[in-house]
Design a protein around this ligand. Structure first.
Ligand code: ATP
Ligand code: MG
Ligand code: ZN
Length: 433
């Protein structure tokens, strides 16, 4: 385990095998094999960050963890492959061998982008626009439509609209993936927003976080600062879907176990996709789908009201005829063009939110939203009506306000006007198509 090495050197120091003062200063991390080899461990980045905060400047790590430890600035990383080498080093009392820091602090090689692009998708202008809004403000999206209409295709392309992670967010994301033990060994710093798509048969521990001995971050945390895509959403167990409410509200998730509870960051863009009925057969051609209206209602009803309340936008993805698809082909925009608009909108939001802990509209908490970012009365009017008539919930109102700000950012307006609030309301209600 992680503390093997620290325990071993403490014993060696106490027994006089190595000078006791030499083991007092460095921070030791690593698992020890029975043959004395140092094995890599999980969570090196957050541990070394913690050590650095505590004032430790020299960290001794297994060689395989060297690159990850060296992501932390102003720390001397001393890697060893086995205990024997480490003991010799401690005995000789030398300075750490001039470490690998320089070579490692070169910028990591650019992450290879998956070869997907928004231009792969033809038509579906409403869903495309919703993806753009999602990307610009960090919002959530639910897409309903018959099989083969491009829901999965669209969701998989959301990351191509997002800018690289800023350095502090990259460190957060990398730390979580480090704790999960899934960092790529050679270029450990993750600089792209993650895209995580758990299958509906995944366990609650895999999605929310958990584990029997060590608590591991689940998909909701691995998707932190990125996209959590739940395809065929009604197929997920109800208890798992309901567990999404806490991270959607708070941007973090608490995993409780008998031994105590652990909180992981979990601020992601949730994208849910669903067929309108359980048989997944086309229903607009007449013959295939035999599901009754009740069956269909019950199927989509697996997503509870409180969960849907927290989904910013609901769009219907309709089947398009071949002729429409051919005609639409020329209007298809590539990810690069859309990503430029997304970036411009994000910069506007970040400027407005300068001096706050938030960078995107989705992060603005309810209190601040109402105190500091309330649109004009004229712009609020449609929402007041919807609240009075009971079509809009209080939680829904916050969602609508955040999306309205993002629409204003995309339009280059200083604040949402009626056009933005009414569009945002229609998107929340899912009556846009
Ligand atoms: N709008 C579209 N533009 C281009 N190709 C499309 C489009 N819609 C569907 N396709 C084609 O159909 C295939 C299925 O699309 P996709 O898996 O995204 O549909 P889906 O809506 O997720 O369906 P299901 O509900 O069955 O999962 C894609 O691989 C693609 O080849
Ligand atoms: Mg699909
Ligand atoms: Zn059906």
């Amino acid at each position: 385990m992680t503390f093997d090495l620290a325990i071993a050197v403490a014993i060696l120091g106490a027994a006089g095998v190595v000078p006791a003062d030499r083991v007092a200063e460095p921070f030791f991390l690593g698992e020890l094999g029975l043959d004395g080899r140092l094995r890599p461990v999980r969570g090196v980045l957050p541990s070394v960050l913690g050590a650095a905060e505590h004032g430790d400047v020299t960290v001794v790590v297994p060689a395989a963890n060297c690159a990850e430890a060296a992501l932390v600035p102003d720390v001397k990383v001393v890697p060893f492959a086995d205990l024997r080498q480490l003991v010799e080093w401690l005995r000789r009392g030398e300075d750490p061998p001039e470490p690998y820091i320089e070579e490692i602090q070169e910028p990591p090689p650019p992450t290879i982008q998956p070869a997907v692009d928004l231009s792969d998708v033809v038509g579906q202008p409403v869903a495309r626009r919703a993806l753009e809004i999602c990307a610009a403000g960090g919002h959530n999206l639910w897409m309903v439509g018959p099989p083969g209409t491009g829901k999965t295709l669209l969701a998989e392309r959301l990351p191509t609209l997002l800018p690289d992670l800023e350095i502090d967010h990259a460190l957060e994301v990398t730390a979580i993936h480090s704790v999960a033990g899934i960092l790529p060994p050679n270029s450990p710093m993750l600089s792209r927003p993650p895209f995580v798509n758990p299958h509906h048969t995944a366990t609650a521990a895999a999605i929310i976080g958990g584990g029997s001995t060590v608590v591991r971050p689940g998909a909701v945390s691995l998707a932190h600062r990125g996209v959590l895509f739940m395809d065929e959403a009604p197929e997920f167990p109800r208890n798992i879907l309901d567990c999404l409410r806490q991270p959607l509200e708070a941007g973090r998730v608490t995993v409780s176990r008998s031994a105590g509870s652990v909180t992981f960051p979990a601020r992601f863009m949730l994208v849910l996709a669903a067929n309108p009925c359980p048989c997944a057969q086309p229903q607009d051609q007449g013959e295939s789908c035999q599901c009754s209206p009740t069956t269909r209602r019950r199927y989509l009803g697996r997503l509870s009201g409180p969960l849907l309340d927290r989904i910013d936008m609901k769009v219907t993805v309709a089947r398009t005829s071949r002729r429409e698809l051919m005609a639409d082909r020329q209007f298809v925009e590539p990810s690069k063009i859309v990503a430029e608009r997304v970036l411009a909108a994000r910069e506007r939001a970040a400027k407005r939110l300068d001096g706050t802990p938030w960078r995107t509209n989705a992060e603005i908490p309810s209190t601040s939203l109402h105190a500091d970012y309330r649109p004009s009365n004229a712009a609020m009017k449609c929402m007041t009506h919807a609240l009075d008539s009971g079509t809009l919930s209080a939680r829904g109102l916050d969602r609508v306000l955040r999306v309205a700000w993002t629409l204003a950012d995309l339009a280059g307006k200083p604040a949402p006007e009626h056009a933005e609030t009414s569009t945002a309301l229609a998107l929340w209600l899912g009556v846009n198509t």
